[in-house]
Design a protein around this ligand. Sequence first.
Ligand SMILES: [Mn+2]
Length: 447
Amino acid sequence: MSGSVTLPAEFSEALGHVAKALRSNGQLRVVTHYDADGIAAGAVLAGALAREDRQFHLTMAKGFDDDLMDRLTKEGNDMVVFLDMGSGQIDKLETLEGVTIALDHHKPVRKSRKVLQVNPHFHGINGMTEACSSTLSLLLAITLDPRNWALSPIALAGAVGDRQHMGGMKGLNQQVLDQAAEKEYLSIQKSLNLKGTTIFKAIADSVDPYFVGLSGRGENVTAFLDSMKINPDTALGSLDDFYRRKLTSMLSLRLMGQGCRPETVEELVTDVMWIPTMELSAADLADLLNACGRLGHESLGLALCLGDKGARDEADSLRSEYNARLRDRLMFIETEGVEQRDHIQHFEAPVASMAGAECGLAMQYILDQAKPTLALSTVGSKIKVSSRGTKYLVSKGLDLAAALKKAAEGVGGGGGGHAVASGATIPANKKEDFIASCDSIVGRQLD
Ligand SMILES: [Mn+2]
């Protein structure tokens, strides 16, 4: 591996096997998840395959389900590569003919003789905090050709998309970041972690961070900035040191006042990873990819990653639309509150594709930090569940993957994911049983 990333030997070997397999001929299908990490992972692999002149067909899927399996089985591919999924469905993957590869950072169920798995968990590396699928995709890409380091900013955007940058990049992500900076594919600058063309917009339109009482409330933002004698039309980057510090401390105080965890407050000033070739930051790119994915424009996200200039403007207006919808939902949750149980809190998310984002932001910025949050969306005869906790709760024993899996299976559904964020699907008429069971499981975990 190009001598610049240190990996356990078995990890490098696994990547080597996959790289070799990819160079063979035959019909190649790549399936990735539609979130920012998944799209970024897909873009990195697509870039690497293009350099190899390797033909492939890429699909971005909402998740791993029977429809996807049926489709793949019927297609009869010579090789299928799963990105950001597959670890939890190894039994099903083993039924596919041809070569099957899974690059995934979700907790693996078991090793497999049939499926080539690249998963950091097999090598003592934490897949929740130290490496995501786009990190793995990049490692594979540079195994194929070190020139693929040029794709490293995309991989880092994927890591931000999966929120692995919280509290600073760690592990493999940190190694990738160091190399990317050294090779000048990105530069690191300390800055207020907000997005927007003016300070007014950066606060009033902000959903991440979500400022209770300010986000979505323009008149309050005007008064807030006025109290500090800051001109609302100033560009974010042109605030001088004195006012930047003043604004930073006032915004930090607000986040503390609304009960955010210290790591969330610390995120307000971050090392921004600036991607000069794209003229945006990695966080901005992650945000744009999320908007593309959630609004059903995954291929626009892919085009954006691969350097299509027009795609950027299009993605930017999609994001404004998406943020406005998300902000409306967060303002609703802020004013109406959510349903409380002994150990969990939950609410109805009317649009299933937004539920995960709503749940994560509400957990981080608005709701009780002592209980994980569940968002429930009814889709036909089923309810889709998203859940989010905090790292602090996980350190106290919370495991949402285990909790949702057990509670969902208990009512004839299924679920899984990470300890800090997981999902489930259950029959719509089992909602009460599911919530009660989840509540008691989480209660035991946090006991
Ligand atoms: Mn991921």
